[in-house]
Each structure stands twice: as C-alpha cells, then as structure tokens.
Design a protein around this ligand. Structure first.
Ligand SMILES: Nc1ncnc2c1ncn2[C@@H]1O[C@H](COP(=O)(O)OP(=O)(O)OP(=O)(O)O)[C@@H](O)[C@H]1O
Length: 259
C-alpha cells in the first residue's frame, strides 16, 4: 500500500521581484514501511521537498498525498527529526519524550510507559531525569528519535539528522536507526548528503539533480538486511556508491557553475 504519493510537484519561491525555482516535476511514491533516502547537491531543494511533506510549505503545483488524503498542513501523523538539536533545554529527557503525548492529553502513567519503551529502544534508559545540556550530540538525537516515535507517527521525516555528529557517532546512530526501524517499521523519508549513509539505510535511494531539483535517478538498494557497518564493505555497495558519486559529482559541478 502507498503511504505517500508526490505527483508532478513543483515549488517556486517568490522574493520581491525575484523567483527561485526550487523543485520541478517531482514524482515519488513511498510504500508503507519503506525507508526512502534522498541525496542531492546542496541547494537542490531537498529540505523544501521534506517541508512540503511535513505540511510546513505548500507546493506551487502538483500534489502531495498521504494515505489518500492531500497534505494541507502539519499533523501528528508525521514526526520530524532535524540536524539541529531541537530538544526543550528546560525539560528532562523523559519530559522531552512525553511532550507531544502530554499535549494530546495522554494520561500520566501511559505517558511514562510509552516514554520508557522508546528510551529503552534508543538505549537511553537511566537518563530519564537528565537535562539535554548534559547529553552528547548523539544522545540528543536519540532523544529526538524517541520523542518523534512516541507520538506514533505514520511517517518519520528526517532532515540530515546525523549531519552534526562525528563520523563514529554517526555510524552508531545509523545502526541504531536501522535497528529501531526493523522493530517499529515506521515509514521513513530521510535526507542526507552522505552517500554511504544513504546506501546503508535505503530501500530506495533517490538522487536529485541540481536546482530546480528533479529526481534524476531512483535506485533500488537490494543489499540484504539486516544491515550494519560491514554492509558498506561489499562489492555490491561499492558499485552502487560509484554510480551515485558520478551522478552527484556531475550535478554538483553544474550547480557550482549556476552560482
Ligand atoms: N523560504 C524560502 N524563501 C526563498 N527561497 C527559499 C526558501 N527556502 C528555500 N529556498 C531556496 O530554494 C532552494 C532550495 O533550498 P533547500 O533548502 O530546499 O535546498 P537543500 O537541497 O535542502 O539545500 P542544503 O543541502 O544546502 O541544505 C535554494 O535556492 C534556497 O535558497
């Protein structure tokens, strides 16, 4: 069953008498439980695309349909995780995870149980009372993932969530996300600049062109699951990586000429 269908989506930003064509002819279908990853050169419209799915931006033409319904604003059926740490600094880890549930009116005890479940899932049991300032970047993103999942979203939208982390922590977080996704099977739309990360995670990998961003290629990644860091060492992985690198190199070169 299709969870998300983007049909002939285009976006033009108008600023004064200037217009920026950010997206053009975007067609993309995400099946239920799919983990789809988008890579593309800087400024090609990746965040714009994700924001349209989140309901934070409106497309200029075309449609974004989730579960058969046109997306016309933000909703708790979509959880977001961004690159920048978005935890409430004055709330403890547990309170951060419970935040959305409290707003929805979920009773205390049920909230606690849900928070415990997701903190366990992301390996943060024992840190319930800790404030965000005492956490490392990786731990903050674990909380952000637990908080997004606690609201039981039908789709998780992730915009460079590991972009601010060092290489080792990033790898740990990629494996964590894979194991969380294997258990929860939430549909995920994930944006990254990192080709290894994209191939390691994706069921389907979308390579975007330079701006106006179009889908240049859709690559089905059939590297066997469960995957972990060792999956990046296979010949199959290297072949896909070479193709994606070529495409991104071409697009980034052309994008640099545009500026
Ligand atoms: N609110 C806005 N108003 C005007 N222009 C915008 C707005 N948001 C994005 N743009 C422009 O749209 C284009 C696509 O931006 P976007 O942030 O979606 O790209 P991106 O692929 O996510 O970039 P990066 O990889 O560098 O984060 C850029 O030229 C950007 O300047």
């Amino acid at each position: 069953m299709n969870k998300l269908v983007l049909n002939q989506l285009a976006k033009v930003f108008n600023i004064g008498n200037q217009s920026v064509e950010a997206l053009q002819d975007i067609n993309l279908t995400l099946a239920s439980n799919e983990l789809a990853v988008i890579v593309g050169p800087s400024g090609c419209g990746k965040s714009t695309l994700l924001n349209i799915v989140a309901g934070l931006e409106k497309s200029t033409t075309g449609s974004a349909v989730m579960n058969g319904q046109e997306i016309c604003g933000p909703g708790s059926d979509r959880g977001m995780v961004f690159q920048s740490y978005t935890l409430f600094p004055w709330l403890s880890v547990q309170e951060n995870v419970e935040f959305g549930l409290k707003i929805k009116g979920v009773p205390d005890r049920e909230r606690r149980e849900i928070a415990h479940h997701y903190l366990e899932l992301v390996g943060l049991r024992g840190f319930e009372k800790t404030l965000p300032k005492a956490l490392s970047g990786g731990m903050k993103q674990r909380v952000a993932i637990a908080r997004a999942l606690a609201n039981k979203p039908e789709m998780l939208l992730m915009d460079e969530p590991f972009g601010a982390l060092d290489a080792q922590t990033r790898l740990v977080m990629q494996e964590l996300l894979l194991s969380v996704w294997e258990k929860e099977r939430t549909t995920i739309l994930f944006i990254t600049h990192d080709i290894d990360e994209a191939i390691l995670l994706a069921d389907n990998l979308y390579v975007m062109s330079r701006r106006p961003g179009r889908i240049r290629a859709k690559i089905k990644i059939d590297i066997p699951r469960p995957r972990d860091h060792r999956s990046t060492l296979s010949a199959q992985f290297s072949t896909i990586k070479k193709d994606v690198m070529e495409m991104l190199w071409e697009e980034s070169q052309a994008a640099a000429m545009q500026k």
